[in-house]
Design a protein around this ligand. Structure first.
Ligand SMILES: [Zn+2]
Length: 130
């Protein structure tokens, strides 16, 4: 990780989401229980942002396949069977495992996915206020 300083912001975003927060510089819709981007009256929580919100689907379709592509085949199959809450837990818990060197690209893709989805969400909220 020390060799990839550009990753630090992405990893820090992922950890913040894991701790129940919103990434630094991307806080929006604070104090609201509902997602204000889509119209399904969903709770504004990580699994909604990462896997559910229709307003973020375009970004998700771009990035999620890159995460899946880096997974070992067995893990990729498991992921497809998990519901959104379980997928989210699995991702932000660093894949329920201690650090595995062979997975470093996968960790990068996961951090990129979480960070980029929240960054995209922030842009959508900003656009709503204009
Ligand atoms: Zn939504």
């Amino acid at each position: 990780m020390a060799r990839k300083p550009f990753l630090m912001r992405r990893v820090s975003s992922t950890i913040t989401v894991l701790m129940g927060g919103q990434p630094s510089g991307m806080q929006c819709n604070f104090g609201q229980k509902r997602c204000m981007l889509c119209d399904i009256l969903s709770t504004d929580k990580p699994d909604h942002v990462l896997f559910e919100c229709a307003e973020l689907e375009e970004k998700r379709c771009l990035l999620w396949p890159q995460v899946i592509a880096c997974m070992p085949p067995g893990m990729a199959i498991d992921m497809e069977c998990y519901n959104n809450a379980r997928k989210t837990q699995y991702l932000i818990s660093c894949l329920h495992s201690s650090f595995i060197n062979e997975w470093s690209l996968l960790y990068e893709k996961v951090a990129d996915f979480v960070h980029s989805m929240y960054a995209h969400r922030k842009r959508k909220y900003d656009a709503m206020q204009e």
